[in-house]
Design a protein around this ligand. Structure first.
Ligand code: IDP
Length: 141
């Protein structure tokens, strides 16, 4: 298995519920290491840029409104197969369809307020990490 990096966002609903630590614990328990982290409150422009791939989708405005409704906790996770491992830990986009024991099954409210984001491929991980952590503030673990 390859050592990878992926971008994880703990979204405003989960930050507001005060479960940052519980969610990060799941990453650590699965062998992923936090290589960078910060709490940020995105501007509308930043959220629109981050989710630009979805700009033609009917849920785009709701998604952006939600992502700027409060601070988010952004991390780079590093480890074996980190991209797929993080997506497995997250569970399905719609928490009603997420497998028992996944982060979304346990912490998400709805398909809009679904607790976490995770990069879906190496190419998007590289772009998303550079978006939030340009320069030298990511640490090899
Ligand atoms: P993912 O976050 O599981 O990778 P994506 O398809 O990339 O899912 O969608 C990005 C985000 O957009 C989702 O996490 C969710 O918050 C929101 N979203 C996706 N599909 C819908 C929908 O049908 N209705 C409302 N929000 C949606």
């Amino acid at each position: 298995m390859a050592i990878e990096r992926t971008l994880s966002i703990i979204k405003p609903d989960a930050v507001a519920k005060n479960v940052i630590g519980k969610i990060v614990s799941r990453f650590e328990a699965a062998g992923l290491k936090v290589a960078a982290a910060k709490l940020v409150h995105l501007s509308r422009g930043e959220a629109e840029q981050f989710y630009a791939v979805h700009k033609e989708r009917p849920f785009f405005k709701d998604l952006v409104d939600f992502m700027i409704s409060g601070p988010v906790f952004v991390q780079v996770l590093e480890g074996d197969n980190a991209i797929a491992k993080n997506r497995d830990l997250m569970g399905a986009t719609d928490p009603k369809k997420a497998a028992a024991g996944t982060i979304r099954a346990d912490f998400a409210e709805s398909i809009d307020a679904n607790a976490v984001h995770g990069s879906d491929a190496p190419e998007t991980a590289a772009v998303e990490i550079a978006f939030f952590f340009p320069g030298q503030n990511v640490y090899a673990r």
